[in-house]
Design a protein around this ligand. Structure first.
Ligand SMILES: [Zn+2]
Length: 369
């Protein structure tokens, strides 16, 4: 029988092989960067790596059942640290961080987050890590520090991390995780082994959802389609009323093209930005993007709908595309992507302005003749 190694649904077999080989040949680096699109299972994979390096039945084996494997699964192993962006110290309670860790342990594919707050990895966090790295092992065989969303490090934190990478203590494995590799300092990148993670395929997404969400919603297939195989997004969508958010996006678009009703548009923008929850606003932009991508498809070939992300809105989409034959959808996609970037920039303090500008741009892009 094939030895029980990585968790069944973990996927990425080539990367599993690569890791096992580096251990066999004693060429394990001190630090990895796992990069690739959001929601392809990088964090879940890093947790498995921590088990691989610490399983009591090892090496080259993960039993999933020894005390070490179980503690790591629960993210409660004293030699394993799971770091993620948090609001500044004054804005977050330690018990909330504990709760996030517990949720992550229950489902390693879900997002760890603090709604509506500006989160980052602070220099204090990295200093704690540096101190922790010097201690002897508590009970494991190798310390593993997993830094999720490593691109959310402030420059001073990144420089502190660089110090650890320059003189890595023996018995420490650092795993940085990012879906925005371009935001990681080149000096950090050059000291880590980079591993690219490809997106999960549809079957794997379904398998993972059924494992961690035993009672999935009725419209699961629609959600998976909308989440574009991003497993993190799929779990967000299961948790929230995502279809309502999409309705809001479609409503926004409807009002954008009817300039005579600008009062209604402004009222809607107020509604969208009232919560101050940038992630939710980002979700709305995400749905605008899916709409325009679909519109491009419809424009190219109105007879086929099997590629549409919003397949359930085929008729609305076709009507829209027919109504605005001169629309520039590629330009519209670029305009929404600009808005996404502006919204993600914490220096940008006025989301209402971002949506107002987007509305004006989209109006002229869609209503071209
Ligand atoms: Zn084990």
């Amino acid at each position: 029988m094939e030895a029980n190694k990585f968790n069944d649904e973990i996927g990425h077999p080539e990367i599993q092989e690569q890791l096992l080989n580096s251990i066999k040949t004693d060429r394990l680096p001190h630090a990895f960067i796992f990069y690739g699109n959001e929601g392809c299972g990088k964090e879940a994979f890093a947790i498995e790596v921590a088990k691989l390096l610490n399983c009591e039945k090892g090496p080259l084996f993960i039993c999933q059942n020894c005390s070490s494997c179980l503690k790591i699964s629960h993210l409660q192993h004293p030699d394993i640290q799971f770091i993620f962006p948090t609001p500044s110290t004054g804005n977050v309670k330690p018990e909330d961080i504990g709760e996030s860790i517990r949720e992550k342990a229950q489902n390693p594919y879900r997002r760890v987050r603090f709604r509506g707050k500006n989160s980052f990895i602070s220099i204090d966090t990295v200093r704690d890590l540096k101190r922790e790295a010097k201690y002897k092992l508590y009970e494991g065989q190798k310390k593993v520090f997993i830094i999720s969303e490593a691109d959310e490090m402030r420059p001073e934190a990144a420089n502190a991390l660089l110090k650890i990478l320059e003189e890595p203590p023996a018995n420490l494995m650092l795993i940085l995780i990012t879906s925005r590799i371009h935001r990681i300092l080149p000096t950090i990148r050059s000291r880590c082994q980079l591993i690219h993670f490809a997106p999960l395929d549809g079957d794997q997404v379904v398998k993972i959802i059924h494992k961690y969400q035993p009672d999935p919603p009725e419209h699961l297939s629609r959600i998976i389609r909308l989440a574009l195989a991003n497993i993190k997004l799929a779990f967000d969508f299961i948790e929230e009323d995502v279809l309502e958010q999409r309705d809001l996006a479609v409503d926004f678009l409807r009002k954008v093209v009817i300039i005579e009703k600008s009062q209604e548009l402004l009222a809607l923008i107020d509604k969208i930005t009232a919560s101050r929850d940038r992630r939710q606003m980002g979700q709305l932009l995400f749905f605008l993007l899916t709409w325009f991508k679909d519109a491009l498809h419809c424009q190219a070939d109105p007879t086929r709908n099997e590629y549409l992300i919003n397949m359930d809105l085929t008729q609305n989409l076709q009507g829209f595309v027919k109504g605005y034959p001169g629309a520039d959808y590629a330009g519209s996609i670029a305009a929404v992507q600009d808005a996404v970037r502006e919204l993600e920039d914490p220096r940008n303090l006025n989301p209402t302005l971002i949506f107002n500008n987007l509305a004006i741009k989209l109006n002229s892009l869609i209503k071209r003749n």
